[in-house]
Design a protein around this ligand. Sequence first.
Ligand SMILES: O=C(O)C(=O)CO
Length: 283
Amino acid sequence: MQELVDAAGPTLRVVSTISVGHEHIDLKVTAERNIQVGYTPDILTDAVADSAVMLALMASRRAGQSYSFVKDNQWPSFHWTPFAFCGPQLSTTSFSPTRTVGFLGFGRIAHAVVKRVAAFGITHCIYTPRPGAADQSVRDTQLRDAHGLVSVTPVDLPTLARESDVLFVLAPGGSATRHIINAEFLRQMRATSVLVNNGRGSIVDSAALARALAEGWIWGAGLDVVDEEPQVGPEHPLVREPRCVVLPHIGSAASETRAEMATLTARNVLAGVMGEPLPVAIQ
Ligand SMILES: O=C(O)C(=O)CO
């Protein structure tokens, strides 16, 4: 960042990222130079929440394995059996009425996921706030009442690991959250649990997760972000894991959302160039 700002010289007035995450921008450097910084929160909340639910379903119901099975032309010689390709069900049913959905980080996107999983009959959500997050008890009550949930409960990390049937990682990156999901955490999860990461790759220790999947500590994982991204090729241990679905960081890649993000990014830049306050600035 320092190098970029130095290369741009003293006329640089604004930096505008087309993302909600901004750990790639050194805010200390921009503040020192009075450079305004814009970003695109809110707009992408629904698109990312959609993709988080998609990953939860894909990982639970073994979509990666099933899809490869068809592409590898194995279906024609397959003899159907009742439990082939089975995986845990996300929705609650009369014969399986309890399901706990957990969140690491409980901001805007997590709330949008709560709204979605409520439609799957989920009545019990737990969360561990990201380090440094404000008290959320008022918002918890509103959320619970709005979506007919029985409970939205803050818990400590070991409880989050032990009790989540599906765990959505939706926290920002940076040193405060680095490798919070490590071997110790994963060992406490249930063998039928699914981990979804739409937050930042750095939050999950990839080697520990690959081991957890290979040794059956958890059921599956759906990842839109990976610690080593974009250096994630076919030999990456998580790509090689049959119970892991890896997507190339496309959480907000819904056409309508990206168009809106691009427009806001341009408006931020134009305001900065004109010396005006940005429509949406990082404070
Ligand atoms: O905008 C961001 O920071 C994202 O990673 C969305 O997926």
